[in-house]
Design a binder for this molecule. Sequence first.
Ligand code: ARG
Length: 400
Amino acid sequence: MGRAKKAILAYSGGVDTSVCIPYLKEEWGVEEIITLAADLGQGEELGPIKQKALDSGASISLVADVTKEFIEDYAFPAIQANALYENRYPLSTALARPLIAKKLVEAAEEYGADAVAHGCTGKGNDQVRFDVAIAGLNPNIKVLTPAREWGMSREETIAYGEKFGIPSPVKKSSPFSIDRNLLGRSVEAGPLEDPWNEPPEEIYAMTSAIADTPDTPEYVEIGFEAGLPVSLDGTALAPVELVTQLNAIVGRHGYGRIDMVENRLVGIKSREIYEAPALLALIHAHRDIESLTLTKDVSHYKRGIEETYSQMVYNGLWFNPLKQALDAFIKETQTRVSGTVRVKLFKGTMTIVGRKSANTLITEELSTYGADDKFDHKAAEGFIYVWGLPTRVWSEKLRG
Ligand code: ARG
């Protein structure tokens, strides 16, 4: 008796996930493997991948186009949360994992599989995100993780695959480990493991080198409605279209790169290079329109929520009751976050140069330094007396 009868395997077309197919069947006695490749708008032709799974021994090879769901249900809530892990990483990879997990669970339910499988190793965040999301969605489904247990080196993995007709990679494989989707690219390993090494220009694909960026600035007006990006330069765009266009605009000015050392959930530090042009631009623009439309107390309180939210997404807790409660809080704060942010892109920078909103909380008669000032200056005196009272008392006692 094997570990499961039928499994849905998250499939990328790479050697590791391909080898998972014969491995699960031969070593772990799984009778049938159905693969599922997710199209997250990574701009890759998935037809060959579909065939490759069948050639590697899958009984059915599924390709799911989940780009729309990815942007609408995962990226946009994260933008409303201004989600940045450790204040920098906009979670472009992390956000895709719960969605892939959801598709695996749905396929398992549809095809009557008793297990799902993925090819993550035991050192990263992604294994945690998959396993915990799957448990959160259907705790009765087994999760098989061959690559976490097989203990084969890269060469051994390739040799194992060859026995089952899985071709070894044709081109000399790149030293980098790359994850990509419509939101961004995450690049690690190889020479990047030394945090002192400058990333070579060739690792970037969505953002131009400064030397290749236009010599004149470009302005873009990003429209928001209830905290969601809805238009570029006044043209209403559906979410996927908006992100696609903004990636191109922002990317050609070289904005959206991040080079950081981050703390993984499993305790390891890792040097990562990201590029996420549209997503980063949208988070910064969104935060700016919030500054015009949220009250001081909501805005300050929300910063703490954003920090917890970002950590939860990074740490694989997407389908978790606290995360859902934070979502509800964030959604409630967004009802009046509407307006337009004007940004200027130039030589790797994005500067916010204007914002306007029908819901602006700037009241001219309060903030003006001119003659029509309606702020009650005398009220300030009493307020400051009360506000400063504890400090005054403390100081008096100290000095006797
Ligand atoms: N460190 C990022 C995260 O945990 C990205 C990992 C991406 N994986 C890769 N193979 N580069 O979300």
